[in-house]
Design a protein around this ligand. Structure first.
Ligand code: HEM
Length: 81
């Protein structure tokens, strides 16, 4: 089954992640923002980069390799809702 944003990815973000990042105009809970195809899917990529390099969330908890793999699978499956 392909990875779904609403079913598989969105639940990985905590409420505190969503609230803090909404203030910075990074809309972690918003499919249209996260899957925005403009700029070569730059929003999704910036989020992935921050998780991979452990700059986010500040101080952790950092995503596990399983969670990161799921996120990357969401990308390779075509950013499905
Ligand atoms: C494009 C990607 C992202 C950018 C540019 C970004 C940027 C920032 C900035 C500038 C801050 C405030 C300064 C700081 O505390 O370092 C912040 C705070 C925060 N971010 Fe992100 N962030 C991104 C992605 C994420 C993701 C993916 C998560 C969680 C999975 C996350 C969770 C948080 C949390 C929880 C805070 C508040 C930390 C605190 O005040 O204790 N951010 N982010």
């Amino acid at each position: 089954m392909p990875v779904s944003f609403e079913r598989d990815i969105r639940p990985l973000f905590r409420q505190i992640d969503i609230e803090h990042m909404n203030k910075h105009k990074v809309l972690l809970d918003n499919f249209a923002y996260m899957a925005d195809p403009s700029n070569d899917h730059g929003n999704a990529q910036a989020v992935e980069d921050s998780l991979t390099n452990q700059s986010m969330p500040p101080g952790g908890p950092y995503w596990s390799s399983e969670e990161l793999t799921l996120y990357r699978q969401w990308k390779s499956d075509g950013y499905l809702p």
